[in-house]
Write a protein that binds this ligand. Sequence first.
Ligand SMILES: [Fe+2]
Length: 294
Amino acid sequence: MTDYPVDMSVKPEVEAFFDEATNTISYIVKDPTSDACAIIDSVMDIDYAAGRITYDHADAMIARITEMGAKLEWIIETHVHADHLSAAPYIQQKLGGKIGVGEKIMVVQETFGKVFNEGTEFQRDGSQFDALFKDGDTYQIGNMQGFAMYTPGHTPACMVHVIGNAAFAGDTLFMPDGGSARCDFPGGSASELYDSIMKVLSLPDETRLFMCHDYGPNGRAIEWETTVAEQKANNIHVGGDKTREDFIKFRTERDAQLAMPKLIIPSLQVNMRAGEVPTDSDGNPMLKVPVNGL
Ligand SMILES: [Fe+2]
């Protein structure tokens, strides 16, 4: 425990906001000793068929922070999500705060800049974000500290954020009966994800783990909180006596059968821009569909 760069005895107040449309869980993480808070993985609502964007999910989080009288210091993305759109700029406009992501965002921007044939005006240097985290970087939320843990595998820019005794898993682990995130997007790797998951599971056993997604497997109600100890014992993909080889074989075979997430095309274009919707040459918000490009 002494190996970690922050005081993990601090117990942040964590509130979850579940998005039914994408099975994403967004979080408000509040410092218990000040009015400071952070948001992890916000969601912007989209009706993709209609090309319509709305902000009900983000508005609910904004209303809650306002009600608490809290000050939003960080809007953190665990990675460039492929299944939902980030509302980070909308929230920042209303409440302030710095938008942060892993520094390997540049790799993701390079890859998908090509896929979407973005012009030179699309910067591939992460400059759309206010902060780019390196492995082990620490940051302050009021009196409380968080640190970013580099956890590639699902994507090359994934990070788990550890804030006090709470870790926000992003797309590494799911709940114990849900297993793990897929690894077949460009730059993904089952072996890297296994190693990243082992890094997460080397956190103290009692660390609270908060999931980014839950799909309620086998009809159970949606859940999002577990612990390192529970995951080590019971995770169906990596827990108990499962080996690295078991995981890589299983994950690779499973991923080959998965369909693309419904919102991958709009999600990537928006999320690689820190949540900004791209615009056409007249400055109007506009999304592309690369035919047979993914
Ligand atoms: Fe993801």
